[in-house]
Design a protein around this ligand. Sequence first.
Ligand code: ATP
Ligand code: ATP
Ligand code: MG
Ligand code: MG
Lengths: 256, 256
Amino acid sequence: MSRIIAITNQKGGVGKTTTAINLAASLASLERKVLLIDLDPQGNATMGSGLDKAELLYSTCDVMLDQVALTDTIISGLPCAYDLAPTNADLTAAEVELTTLTDRECRLRNAIQNIRDQYDYILIDTPPSLNMLTLNALVAAEAVIVPMQCEYFALEGLSALMTTIEGVRSTLNPSLKIDGLLRTMFDGRNNLANDVSAQLDEHFGRLVYRAYIPRNVRLAEAPSYGLPVMHYDKGSRGARAYLALAQEVLAQEFHR
Amino acid sequence: MSRIIAITNQKGGVGKTTTAINLAASLASLERKVLLIDLDPQGNATMGSGLDKAELLYSTCDVMLDQVALTDTIISGLPCAYDLAPTNADLTAAEVELTTLTDRECRLRNAIQNIRDQYDYILIDTPPSLNMLTLNALVAAEAVIVPMQCEYFALEGLSALMTTIEGVRSTLNPSLKIDGLLRTMFDGRNNLANDVSAQLDEHFGRLVYRAYIPRNVRLAEAPSYGLPVMHYDKGSRGARAYLALAQEVLAQEFHR
Ligand SMILES: Nc1ncnc2c1ncn2[C@@H]1O[C@H](COP(=O)(O)OP(=O)(O)OP(=O)(O)O)[C@@H](O)[C@H]1O
Ligand SMILES: Nc1ncnc2c1ncn2[C@@H]1O[C@H](COP(=O)(O)OP(=O)(O)OP(=O)(O)O)[C@@H](O)[C@H]1O
Ligand SMILES: [Mg+2]
Ligand SMILES: [Mg+2]
């Protein structure tokens, strides 16, 4: 039975896509069957997985507008070793159109039903917004991973995110829970990062993953080669950190 | 006659808000009368300017839905020395509602008309998306500043942004032009940043500002005190870099 996890934070640039790509690759390397769904019109998870978003036959846009089944969009056999449901900027149009439809928040959840048995993990990369696309991911998911840059604006935005998650849990998706908060681009030499990290521990306790992702330029270089960092530079601090995260996510399978 | 400048890039976390706040403060310190309009539901420009977004009487949401005039939302006399039209998460609701209205792209432009003579510069901070709010900013503005982190995903997203700007110029706002691309969080020691920077120079030439903003932790610390960096640490590299940008923006007044 697969676990469906949304990777969400409306604050921009906190490492959502980097986490989606590298957690997917790390779980795949630990013998899990993984699908990554790109639900951000920027298509960064698509490009970062080695696929050209300009050449797609179908994308998650077509799925959200009920034109094709999710399985028709899935690409497998990529070097990154996980399956991918890619997307591109067409998805922006779907977002506007979705607001007019009746079951608009449940489109992705319905689309995933038919294929969920084929995977151990389904990860969903979301855009930097609390919009209809992110809402679809929160309704479809059973758990949320919140990448969290340890800086002021990201910390300040957490309460809005928590309120939104609580709102979805109390209406459309009672089984939704937070799997964890992940410290990203973490630089322990800097007071601000340590201060914010201490505040996270104080407010969220065990919900904060022990694993954290250090700032590591290899993570920023890898997507330009269309590869997860473990296939670009396996020994790098970034690759090792995401592997540690994957092991922590697996260990929680039985607890959360 | 005031210049209206949108600070826009749909890529998340590239320094839009940091540029909006610190360029506004730098221009104000050079004796210009400046208004900063926060058009991002995250309300980061509001909090970073020292105002509590939870305590607003009116916000830009009310302006977009035609409930109050822009002048009714403007707060002056803040320590940051520029005027602010603040916002909060209510603006998310306005975004959805706007899509149903007739003159939806021109709301902000119409709202600015009555007050533009009171300012030399009107800066607009936008959300990480090419949505109706960003569209309103591009229709209202005469120029766009594009903060640009020198990394792969930000570079890859530029063509979608340029296409959108061109689309607005050929339909709703023929006078819209790019004032410049601003390298942000720049770390010259890292090959990726230098590679991307070289590509910017090659493709965009003089459109890339000579001034660039180095990665400087003071810029990330200042917003937690509700201050632009020049009022938090005047001698920091971040404060000096934004002052240099302000001088370059002023020098372009007569050229672009
Ligand atoms: N730990 C890290 N160390 C160094 N660079 C990183 C790290 N994590 C992410 N990056 C880089 O930082 C930038 C932002 O990360 P990313 O695009 O994954 O964030 P995001 O939250 O998905 O952004 P958006 O809000 O636009 O979707 C990217 O250029 C990425 O390559
Ligand atoms: N030059 C810099 N040096 C160090 N930190 C910076 C710099 N510029 C911005 N930051 C920090 O990086 C983070 C992202 O910047 P900022 O929030 O301004 O980007 P943004 O493009 O407005 O993000 P969003 O897409 O969420 O609106 C913030 O925590 C900010 O404090
Ligand atoms: Mg992303
Ligand atoms: Mg911002």
